[in-house]
Design a protein around this ligand. Sequence first.
Ligand code: UDP
Ligand code: MG
Length: 322
Amino acid sequence: MEEILYIVVPCYNEEEVLPETSRRLKEKLEALMAAGAISRESRVLFVNDGSKDRTWQIIEEFHQSCPIFSGVDLTRNRGHQNALLAGLMTAKDRCDMAISMDADLQDDIDAVDAMVEQYHAGCDIVYGVRSSRKKDTFFKRFTAEGFYRLMNAMGAETVFNHADYRLMSKRALEGLAQFREVNLFLRGIVPMIGYRTGTVEYERGERFAGESKYPLKKMLSFAMEGITSLSVKPIRFITGLGFLVFIISILMLIWSIVRWAMGETILGWASLICSVWAIGGLILLSLGVIGEYIGKIYLETKERPRFLIREVLEDEHGKADR
Ligand code: UDP
Ligand code: MG
């Protein structure tokens, strides 16, 4: 039996790119169906992440014009990661494999073939990895690559240059469903699922139209989120730092006693005031990092839902399945 593929596409204010994206995805799915690589029941699943423009109306129109398109409408904007999760969890019960992809066509659609091939070769998770970032601006490339390096240095196990373009099998999705964390960072969680994995390289293109929904501010908070939800290294670092500072202060104390015994007066007012500021700064910074973790614990204990679905568009096949 041929297997059902769902392509999950989170969309936030993407009315400009959706017509082109849907056209190309439809072409791709139809080609794969004709080649017998996937079932005729395969679908493109758009997730509307509380867009303020006509995104949802456009998705509804697609659905009416062609059953290959279905949609999930979230009750409000919950961010890329949560929107993606909502789509994957909706796809989980309907598909054999799901590929997540951005709406802006930056992820090369042609990599889908290789992903499906690797799935048939026995991989449960196939990562799309960017072979180069030539088309990104220098700034984006610099910040993004720095981000991956920082993440790994901080102990979060992520795949280098892999964003959220990946294929997951049904059982990998079921594994993902068991990770209940509210502070969601999919790139760090997916490697924890295990199973046999593969990678597919592709060239990252330019955004097809519209502008990035990830300005620097969001990227920084995303990095912070990633690190603090996956690793406790920063806290260990602070403990180590505190210990070091304490040792240094003892040494300084001994040193000043020795100088005093030798009858020398200590002049260093400047160095004194500097160290007071330095230590004050370190303490504030440390409190901030610890506070970040406590904030995470606070959110996790609330166990708030990660997304709420207002409506799912689907045809008879989807309904009959469950
Ligand atoms: N996105 C989303 N919710 C948000 C922000 C973005 O669903 O709050 C979607 C967006 O529509 C796109 C994907 O996440 O499909 C990636 O966003 P974008 O292309 O703007 O990020 P970049 O490629 O610049 O990192
Ligand atoms: Mg993009």
